[in-house]
Design a protein around this ligand. Structure first.
Ligand code: GLN
Length: 535
């Protein structure tokens, strides 16, 4: 087993997740089995309780762990399925150690950061609880070198490097700024960042320089010699048109070959990445655009990361560029919806929590339903589609989700029975993949091409089955149900062209090489709408 560590210096947001994913992709292409895991230095047990403004979207694994959004990149790039073992925080490490201490496992010892916390970190890095074996375990460390919080993780890496000599390589990402006034790029922050690493006993083996301008070979040479790194182990990561260019750019500079050489492994032929390049080619060939709105309450790009990426994938395979327009439902009213929808050919009504922005989602659902615009509701988006239908078609003016109005008489979306007794917020929703059976003859069935599917969930509330018959009589039908628990998972209005909503999150399963069928079909419908109405 070989271990790769990916750390970041100078500033945050350098794209460590993309570099980790790219390395994973390139090693896979060489026939190696890999997994990628993220260690976040914050104290939350998981990011499930975090506001998306803090760290962007919360991703959900198949086995129901709420994780950092980088795990979404890992899956989208490599098609691997991550699990709860792939997302670790300081909070989880400390909790495990404290639980062991309470059980008496440490036999009277004083519990300290070194060795107890660092041992627990190393146990997780080595994935001792994972029955699968990998050729490479790639571990990305969140945060920036120099943060107080990341010190125990760096100490664990230092120990691992010492204990597994020859089997560990450290890849450090830094930033090389261009100073306009001076007319030159500056390598000093990189030098300082490497010094900081050396100060905790880690010599980076490979440097990835993030830069907005191309760095010439003198600069690369200078960084290599000042930082004690081989010349062929310094690569640059320039700004790219998209994140999906990164694996190719890294391969062209020999990043994967450098890693193999560092670990004393044979380098061999460079894989062609045919499928990946085909994806890029097809994307570049698509020039015509289709405008799709995502209706939600978070302005932040990262808040709906997986939905944006899923639309992007589906656009490529439909040979169109998807132009995503964010519509903030907090400020959406019946008076301005028409104006805001100009040129839009499809709408995703987004997931969410709490009351803010929900009335706007209902306005959007009504507008799309009455104008037959392709509409895709996801989780809270589905719930608001259901509420809108109850209010405006069934005539229950006070219909709502119990999450927003616990007193409503017409609780068409209600809390799940098993959720009622729960008092803790963290990790207690309906989480992870559950089976769903599709109704034959429905749009959902046609799209998936089979009856039994599994999709990932993250919610507390559900469609209230007491209303199902009435909904179906009025034209909104349930076409996907959990076969074990009889929960409504998909609703559709068959009389409309494409009006479908899911209680689950299909966006977590779309990858570059396997776009999600629902996004594919929705985007196709949006393109047809565009060509008919908005061309
Ligand atoms: N707030 C809703 C619920 O808990 C929907 C959650 C979501 O959109 N992920 O059921």
């Amino acid at each position: 087993m070989k271990y790769l560590f990916v750390t970041g210096g100078v500033v945050s947001s350098l794209g460590k997740g993309i570099i980790s994913s790219s390395i994973g992709k390139l090693l896979q292409a060489r026939g190696y089995s890999i997994t990628i895991q993220k260690f976040d230095p914050y104290i939350n047990i998981d990011p499930g309780t975090l506001n998306p403004y803090e760290h962007g979207e919360c991703y959900v694994t198949e086995d129901g762990m709420e994780t950092d959004l980088d795990l979404g990149h890992y899956e989208r790039f490599t098609n691997i399925r991550t699990t709860r073992g792939n997302s670790i925080t300081t909070g989880r490490i400390y909790r495990a150690v404290i639980d062991k201490e309470r059980r008496g496992d440490y036999l009277g010892k004083t519990i300290q950061v070194v060795p107890h916390i660092t041992d627990e970190i190393k146990r997780r890095i080595r994935r001792e609880d994972d029955p699968n074996k990998y050729d490479f375990i790639i571990t990305e460390i969140g945060g920036t070198i120099g943060d107080i919080e990341s010190m125990p993780f760096l100490e664990a890496i230092r120990q691992m490097k010492w204990e597994n000599q020859g089997d560990v390589a450290c890849i450090h990402l830094t930033y090389v700024p261009y100073l306009k006034a001076a007319g030159e790029v500056k390598t000093k922050p990189t030098q300082h960042s490497v010094k900081e690493m050396q100060g905790v006993g880690i010599q980076p083996d490979i440097l990835v320089l993030r830069t907005e301008t191309h760095l010439n070979s003198d600069i690369i040479h200078k960084v290599a010699s000042f930082c004690n790194v081989d010349r062929d182990c310094v690569v640059q990561s320039e700004d790219m048109p998209s994140i999906y260019e990164v694996p190719v750019a890294m391969q062209e500079q020999g990043l994967d070959a450098a890693i193999l050489r560092k670990l004393g492994m044979p380098v061999g032929e460079t894989p062609q990445l045919e499928n990946w390049r085909d994806f890029l080619k097809r994307r570049d060939a698509a020039v015509e655009t289709v405008k799709i709105a995502i209706a939600g309450k978070y302005e932040l790009q990262d808040a709906y990361k997986s939905i944006r990426e899923s639309l992007h994938h589906a656009g490529v395979y439909n040979d169109r560029k998807v132009d995503i327009q964010f519509i903030n439902t907090e400020f959406l009213t019946p008076d301005d919806v028409e104006e805001k929808m100009k040129g839009v050919s499809g709408v995703v009504i987004c997931p969410g929590f709490g009351q803010r922005g929900t009335e706007g989602k209902i306005v959007m659902a009504e507008y799309c339903r009455t104008h037959d615009i392709p509409t895709f509701g996801i989780c809270y988006g589905m719930q608001m589609i259901v509420v809108e239908f109850a209010r405006n078609v069934l005539g229950y003016k006070d219909a709502n989700s119990a999450e927003i109005d616990p007193e409503t008489k017409h609780n068409v979306i209600d809390i799940m029975e098993e959720q009622k007794a729960i008092t803790q917020m963290g990790g207690t929703m309906r989480l992870g993949a559950y089976p769903c059976r599709l109704r034959e003859g429905s749009k959902a069935y046609e799209v998936y091409g089979k009856a039994d599917i599994r999709e990932r969930h993250r919610h507390r509330y559900e469609f209230n089955n007491a209303y199902l018959e009435e909904f179906e009589k009025a034209g909104m039908v349930c076409t996907g149900k959990n076969p074990d628990a009889d929960l409504v998972e998909i609703v559709e209005i068959p009389a409309l062209k494409w009006y479908l909503a899911a209680q689950f999150h299909p966006e977590y399963q779309s990858t570059v090489l396997h776009p999600h069928p629902l996004f594919m079909s929705f985007t196709k419908a949006a393109i047809e709408y565009n060509d008919e109405h908005n061309r």
